[in-house]
Design a protein around this ligand. Structure first.
Ligand SMILES: [Zn+2]
Length: 586
């Protein structure tokens, strides 16, 4: 539910020029009526991302995403609709007044604000210790030994927690910051006999930030071999491990540019890569990769590369992540370093070029999984084959892309020396070459194609819009497009021109909106068309589809049970008659 007034939304929509807004993220070149560029939502080399400034809409023919200026910002910045409206309002100078928050909302906002403020206080406190205080000496020596320069230390807002029980506690007290709030952040803990003590002691601290760079927590590493090696801030109102990726604020621009995100496990892995100018990197904060992480990544990158440890724990993490990627349909590869190396040690020994070469050899994650399974089982034996297959089949089923799944089936069959057809049956694929069964929705499909063409015609030719109105829009449109058709009629007839951006905004289903933006972004193919003839053809196709939906058999069954005196009897006879006539005409 939007709490922004509709006229404000309209004002922002009108003032925010889609070309200017998108040009901040994508470099665009004019091509006919449209502008084209490399899609920021999926990795590609040739531009399939289109912006139509006259209609104020965009569409990517590569990944199918489309919409208006709000949908673009929502996807790009990961915002909700009201957030996107506010984001753009600020940019174009429209003032938006929110309704006053309720008491409960206000309390929650105040609480969040307090937590952010305390986190900021802690960041600058720990940072000052690391930079200036005698208590930070150990941290400074450690960083120097690891080759971390001042600039990097600044970028990461590194800090040092002194070897004391109450350094932060005292500092917060002095700043009059409520310690109960600091406790909610996990920064301090309550003593049994009253008072508080610090969570982080004698540790180097990495500041964990949200995608916009706002600090939300810390990761603390010991300087020696003491265990645990890392302690992280616990979840709080402002920090959720399962939805936060370390370094995402730093990696955003580069992930967008390259369309790829590299995922590492540790803070120092992240830092080592970043220092070596590999900037599209994020790290999980001491937790396995989750669906929340995936969603976050998909805002910025269309592909991922995992770079986990090559030990068995790292492998396990890779395979667990693989299931998420397969389910989420996110293409993923695995970057392998030589055994025993982590990004930090590898870069130090072998340098950036060797790393780039490893990166270029990253293997598709499923491929990596197959080979690992086969290498670790005796696939010469029936039992070995069975174990390998039982691990592979359920995962093969997760692969959405048909072609890809088919290729994997062929490859696995070859590697295991089994019949491809047998494996195909296991996975629930019919044999290649055999005609696919006719999909049940074929009638609906052709109807919706005709509806789509008709919508495009209505948008381009006012006379078609008029004819649709005369004919009766509800007689022609039966799918979810009815509301879109009505919106086009409304606008095309009242103002003479359709507001495509507004029409798309009213479409709730994202898939439908994507399909419509494809339809409207470029209607050059309709230039030479005889609009009236095309209208008639659409009408015919739609009527035919409607008739096919009408079940004559059910009517005949009903007829057989009726008395020939009843009114319904004669009504049905009439319908059947019309059905027969129309079918023979079409
Ligand atoms: Zn795309």
């Amino acid at each position: 539910m939007s709490i922004i007034a509709d006229d404000k939304v309209q004002e922002v929509r009108e003032r925010a020029a889609i070309l200017d807004v998108i040009a901040d993220y994508v470099s665009l070149r004019k091509s006919g009526a449209n502008y084209q560029g490399i899609c920021p939502f999926h990795g590609e080399k040739t531009p399939s991302f289109n912006v139509n400034p006259a209609r104020a809409i965009f569409h990517c023919f590569g990944c199918g995403v489309g919409g208006n200026v709000f949908s673009f910002i929502m996807k790009m910045e990961g915002l909700t609709f009201p957030e996107a409206v506010k984001f753009l309002a600020k940019r174009v100078g429209v003032e938006i007044e929110d309704r006053a928050p309720t008491v409960a909302e206000k309390r929650r906002m105040d609480e969040r604000e307090a937590l952010y403020r305390i986190t900021e206080l802690a960041v600058s406190f720990y940072r000052r210790i690391l930079l200036e205080e005698p208590a930070g000496e150990a941290g400074r020596i450690y960083l120097e030994r690891r080759g971390v320069d001042g600039k990097t230390s600044e970028t990461y807002r590194l800090g040092f927690a002194p070897d004391k029980w109450d350094a932060l506690t005292r500092h917060l007290e002095k700043q009059k910051a409520p310690l109960e709030a600091a406790e909610k952040l996990g920064l301090v803990r309550k003593r049994e006999n009253g008072g508080y003590y610090d969570l982080f002691r004698n540790r180097l601290l990495f500041t964990i930030a949200d995608p916009y760079g706002k600090p939300v927590g810390f990761g603390g590493r010991v300087l020696d071999d003491t265990l645990p090696k890392y302690i992280n801030s616990p979840d709080s109102l402002i920090y959720h491990k399962s939805e936060t990726l370390f370094g995402i604020d730093l990696a955003k621009p580069s992930m967008r540019e390259q369309g790829t995100a590299i995922i590492v496990e540790g803070y120092f892995d992240h830092l080592a890569l970043f220092q070596a100018d590999v900037k599209n990197v994020v790290a999980t904060c001491g937790t396995a990769l989750t669906g929340g992480h995936l969603k976050l990544l998909q805002r910025y990158a269309g592909k991922v590369v995992t770079l986990f440890d090559s030990d068995s724990a790292g492998k396990k993490a890779t395979f667990r992540a693989m299931e998420l990627f397969l389910e989420g349909g996110l293409p993923a590869s695995v970057l392998e370093l030589p055994p025993g190396e982590d990004p930090d040690s590898f870069l130090r020994k072998e340098g950036e070029r060797a790393f780039a070469s490893c990166l270029s050899k990253a293997r598709p994650i499923f491929d990596y999984f197959i080979r690992d399974l086969i290498n670790s089982h005796d696939t010469g034996s029936v039992e070995g084959k069975r174990i390998v297959l039982s691990a592979l089949v359920p995962r093969l089923k997760l692969i959405e892309d048909r072609m890809q799944r088919n290729l994997y089936v062929a490859e696995i069959a070859r590697l295991l020396g089994i019949h491809e057809d047998d494996l195909r049956r296991e996975v629930g694929l019919e044999r290649l070459g055999k005609a696919a069964p006719r999909p049940a929705g074929v009638v609906k499909k052709s109807a919706s194609n005709a509806e789509e063409l008709l919508l495009a015609l209505m948008g381009k030719y006012p006379e078609v819009a008029r004819r649709v109105r005369e004919y009766g829009v509800e007689r022609l449109f039966h799918t979810g497009f009815l509301s879109v058709a009505m919106a086009i009629l409304d606008q095309a007839i009242s103002s003479g021109e359709a507001d495509w951006s507004k029409i798309l905004e009213q479409v709730e289903s994202i898939e439908e909106r994507n399909r419509l933006s494809a339809l409207f972004i470029n209607d050059g193919h309709l230039d030479e068309i005889d609009a009236n003839k095309a209208f008639e053809q659409c009408c015919q196709a739609l009527e035919r589809a409607a008739l096919q939906e009408l079940d004559g058999r059910a009517l005949r069954r009903e007829l057989a049970k009726l008395d020939s005196d009843s009114e319904r009897y004669w009504e049905i006879l009439k319908i059947l008659d019309t059905l027969r006539n129309k079918k023979s005409q079409l």
